[in-house]
Every structure is written in structure tokens, then in C-alpha cells.
Design a protein around this ligand. Structure first.
Ligand SMILES: [Zn+2]
Ligand SMILES: [Zn+2]
Length: 359
């Protein structure tokens, strides 16, 4: 067997050098910053739309790649060293890695909404390096141990699952609710399956891509709706009629970020219904604010994940209440990571995983 190019390096890392230019580079092995840290070898990493966005555009909003940055933040790995104060993990443990370190001191952190911490150090968000490397350091409490019956590949899917858990929690999905999810990409699909686990009785997937709709129906959605090129009011009317949503949907989650979807969602909600913005798209859009007001809708944003979302995601998978294996549509070796980015950019498959570097 021939050894891969990165096998001889100390800490091979997949680095975005500048917009459109990635390469594998040897970086120093990171050191534990305090006694509560653990050193992890990420074994599988999923590619996220945001990684691809940085690669293609060099920025997301006000986050600009100004110096080379390691990509990747959806990882699971094996603990290879533990700090002296670490109690719950030992070398060899397999963990899902929550990739954002909050300051733990600010008001938002102290009130338990650490995902809103202004000093968050989040993997692969400039200037912080990501997880696509042989080694990565995290505090113990941001690692969730994977039970025996869960694979490291499933562990890599916990990051987007935690996003779905956070959104579904913000929506307050309860048994019997009707839930419409715009966008059948990974996060939209995960919102469908988590909503189902939380007891939603009707789960409508909305997309324009026939393959994605087919998959969503086989995965977790009970109904599907294809948006048409008509007004948002018209789309909403058709959605309610076709999916028998009565007075309108109880909850609508947008995982698309697309302006027509957001407008349709507001028109398709029942009075007093709940709207959650999960998808990111154009920063400013036309929003049916009169309808929102007259229907007294709850309109909320959702950003990443907070306390217990990772743990809940692991438990949902471990207990079989949701399944994430189906979402893995491709796997590539570390040295071929760039190909995986090209596939995600071309919207091939659902979730592509990159294997950790060979040794
Ligand atoms: Zn992500
Ligand atoms: Zn903070």
C-alpha cells in the first residue's frame, strides 16, 4: 500500500490560503491551553455550506478570511491526550466535537445562551482554525462521548443535527403540531426528522429540487410541496390546500434563506403560529410584516447551538429516534479533501465526509 502524501507530516491541516486556494500544510501540533482541555484526532469531518462559502468567496458577511485558516467544523474524533483536570474523558474515547468555545464570562454566556457570545472562538470562522487537521484542541465539556452503538461517521453528523435540535427547540414543536420546513438540504432534512421525534404529526418538506423532495419523503417528511413561480400568497394558498393545513401551519422553519420561501412561510402560518429563521441567504429581503403583525406570529432567529443541543443530538441518534446515516452520500480521503469541496459546491449528494489524515 502506498502511503498518502500527508502521512509523513506532523499535523497535516487542510488550509484555506486565500479565496479559491486551498492546500495541505504541516502545522505544529496544538498544545493544551489549560488543564480542562483535551487533544483530539478528528476522524471524520462533514463539509458545510459555510466552509464552501469561505473557499469560494473568502468571506461570510463581516467574517473575512484575512490570513490562512484551517477549514472544517463538523467533526468527530478520538481523544489522544487529556489535561490534568479532565474527569469525564480518557485517551481513546470517541467524541462528537462541539466546535465553538465561548468566553464563559459575558452576560449571554452566563444566561445560558453561549452561542450568542460576542467572543466566541468558532472553528473555521475567521480568525479561528477549523478541525480538518490531524489534531484539534477542545475543552472537555464541549466533547460529547459517543455511545458504543454510534459510529464516528454518525458522530460527524452531530454538528448539523445540533443545529436542527436548536431550531426545533426554538420552535417549541410539540406532539400533534404541523411543521413546514423550507429547504431540503442537510439542515432542513434534520429539522424534519427532529420535529418528527418531537411528535409533529405532519411534516411538510418544501423545495424546488425533485431529488431532494424524493429523499425528504423517504427520510422524515410526511408531505411535500413544490414551490412554483407565482406570488408568495398564491404559493401559500396552494401549500395549505395541497397539504391540508387547515387554518395554516402551526410552525414553519426556513432552512433555505431564500426570499420567496420566507414570504410564503409568513403567509402559510396560522394565526399565532411560529416562524423560525434557520437558513442564511441574502442579508436583506422584502418581508410581509403586516401579515406577521395581524396574525400575531412568533418570529425568531436561530444561530448554531447552545447548552445540551449536542448532547440531545447524540441521544436522539443513539436511541434510534432519529437516524443520520442516510445523509452520508460520499466519503473522501484527507488528501482528496478539495474534491469533496468541489462536490459540495456543485450540490452533489447530501453530506460528504472527509476522513482524518492517515498515519
Ligand atoms: Zn456547519
Ligand atoms: Zn461569552
Amino acid at each position: 500500500m502506498t502511503q498518502s502524501a500527508s502521512a509523513s507530516l506532523k499535523n497535516p491541516s487542510f488550509v484555506l490560503q486565500s479565496k479559491d486556494h486551498v492546500s495541505i500544510e504541516d502545522r505544529p501540533v496544538p498544545e493544551l491551553k489549560n488543564p480542562y482541555d483535551v487533544l483530539i484526532k478528528p476522524r471524520w469531518t462533514g463539509i458545510c455550506g459555510s466552509d464552501v462559502h469561505y473557499w469560494v468567496e473568502g468571506r461570510i458577511g463581516s467574517f473575512v478570511v484575512e490570513k490562512p485558516m484551517v477549514l472544517g467544523h463538523e467533526s468527530a474524533g478520538i481523544v489522544s491526550q487529556v489535561g490534568s483536570a479532565v474527569k469525564t474523558l480518557k485517551v481513546g474515547d470517541r467524541v462528537a466535537m462541539e466546535p465553538g468555545i465561548p468566553c464563559r464570562r459575558c452576560v449571554r454566556c452566563k444566561e445560558g445562551r453561549y452561542n450568542l457570545c460576542p467572543d466566541m472562538a468558532f472553528a473555521a470562522t475567521p480568525p479561528y482554525d477549523g478541525t480538518l487537521a490531524r489534531y484539534y484542541v477542545l475543552p472537555e465539556d464541549l466533547c460529547v462521548k459517543l455511545p458504543e452503538n454510534m459510529s464516528l461517521e454518525e458522530g460527524a453528523l452531530i454538528e448539523p443535527t445540533a443545529v436542527g435540535v436548536h431550531i426545533t427547540r426554538a420552535a417549541g414543536v410539540k406532539p400533534g403540531d404541523s411543521v413546514v420546513v423550507f429547504g431540503a438540504g442537510p439542515v432542513g432534512l434534520l429539522c424534519c426528522t427532529v420535529a418528527k421525534a418531537y411528535g409533529a404529526s405532519k411534516i411538510v418538506t418544501v423545495d424546488i429540487n425533485e431529488d431532494r423532495i424524493k429523499f425528504a419523503l423517504s427520510y422524515a417528511a410526511t408531505h411535500a410541496f413544490r414551490s412554483a413561480r407565482v406570488s408568495a400568497e398564491e404559493n401559500a394558498k396552494n401549500l395549505i390546500r395541497d397539504c391540508e393545513l387547515g387554518p395554516g401551519a402551526d410552525i414553519i422553519i426556513d432552512a433555505s434563506g431564500a426570499e420567496p420561501c420566507i414570504q410564503t412561510a409568513i403567509h402559510a402560518l396560522r394565526t399565532g403560529g411560529t416562524y423560525i429563521q434557520g437558513g442564511m441567504g441574502k442579508p436583506d429581503i422584502n418581508f410581509p410584516i403586516m401579515t406577521m403583525c395581524a396574525k400575531e406570529l412568533n418570529v425568531k432567529g436561530s444561530f448554531r447551538y447552545g447548552p445540551d443541543d449536542y448532547k440531545t443530538a447524540v441521544e436522539l441518534v443513539a436511541t434510534g429516534r432519529i437516524s443520520v446515516k442516510e445523509l452520508i452520500t460520499g466519503k473522501v480521503k484527507f488528501d482528496e479533501a478539495e474534491n469533496a469541496f468541489k462536490d459540495v459546491k456543485a450540490a452533489k449528494g447530501i453530506k460528504i465526509l472527509i476522513e482524518g489524515p492517515e498515519e
